[in-house]
Design a protein around this ligand. Sequence first.
Ligand SMILES: Nc1ncnc2c1ncn2[C@@H]1O[C@H](COP(=O)(O)OP(=O)(O)OP(=O)(O)O)[C@@H](O)[C@H]1O
Ligand SMILES: CC(C)(CO)[C@@H](O)C(=O)[O-]
Ligand code: BAL
Length: 284
Amino acid sequence: MKIVRTERDLRNTVWGWRGSGDRMVFVPTMGALHEGHLSLVRLAKKYGERVVVSIFVNPTQFAPGEDLDAYPRTEVEDSRLLEAEGVDLIYIPDPQTMYDVHHATSVTVGGVAKGLETDYRPTFFDGVALVVTKLFNRVQPDTAIFGEKDYQQLATIRRLVEDLDMPIKIIGAPIARDEHGLALSSRNAYFDEDGLTLARNLNVIMKKCAADMREGQHVDKATDAAKQALLDVGFSSVDYVEVRSPNSLTVLEGGYLNGPARVLVAAHCPNQGNSVRLIDNFAV
Ligand SMILES: Nc1ncnc2c1ncn2[C@@H]1O[C@H](COP(=O)(O)OP(=O)(O)OP(=O)(O)O)[C@@H](O)[C@H]1O
Ligand SMILES: CC(C)(CO)[C@@H](O)C(=O)[O-]
Ligand code: BAL
């Protein structure tokens, strides 16, 4: 397994593979890897001969006051895990070379990227779209894998690739959960024992919400009950519990579900005098 940090070293390696006809599958990450990331890597291996993973905590997707500095960084352990999975190359770009002092270009996705996360992290998807565009241009993969845990992000990347004619196949990977149903996330590392116990209520409450809607309960009633249940168990606030169509993420009219939908949640879980923002989503 190779670890490269410069654009030149990256291009030298991937051009060699391209020349020999190997298909390249790319898994972009922010590191602090867990089983969720490794499940993406395992899926990646089914789509091509070469797997590239990037590790980059992208400053442009963090707003001032968010956890850019605190975000866990575990490069040595990450490399060990990826080597054990048989990854071919890890790309760890230097932030200075990603965004030099002259950088002046933005990438904004509309439609699916509006609402939900954007109501609470207004510049988040601009940062994600920008860095993913740059990473795609550098790596030039045939296929890229993104987790359904970040469901709106996956929909945004699909839109980006379609709209900007990027010849890259986007694959969504199912959400990996712990034995209590909590979606794995690098930010779970912030939790102490009590925080983790509280966080594990999220999926239980949301599964009930999904089941109630499936059984014919009005969407507003089910989502309001889920918000209240989250607050009742001890969540400090709920950014949203919303039901959307599964692909375009449009708001569903009528109040009752008569086809596939997705219920998405973002809520703040108290932890050591602070709080950790969790996102999750479920098919209905
Ligand atoms: N539990 C999971 N199941 C499936 N995919 C996941 C899971 N967690 C993360 N991913 C995916 O891994 C990729 C890299 O995500 P990232 O490095 O931000 O990890 P993360 O655990 O989502 O971190 P964060 O705590 O920032 O949300 C993304 O495509 C993301 O959707
Ligand atoms: C896609 C991504 C790697 C862009 O920084 C990030 O948003 C993530 O890890 O989900
Ligand atoms: N997995 C999404 C990255 C972020 O929250 O910044």
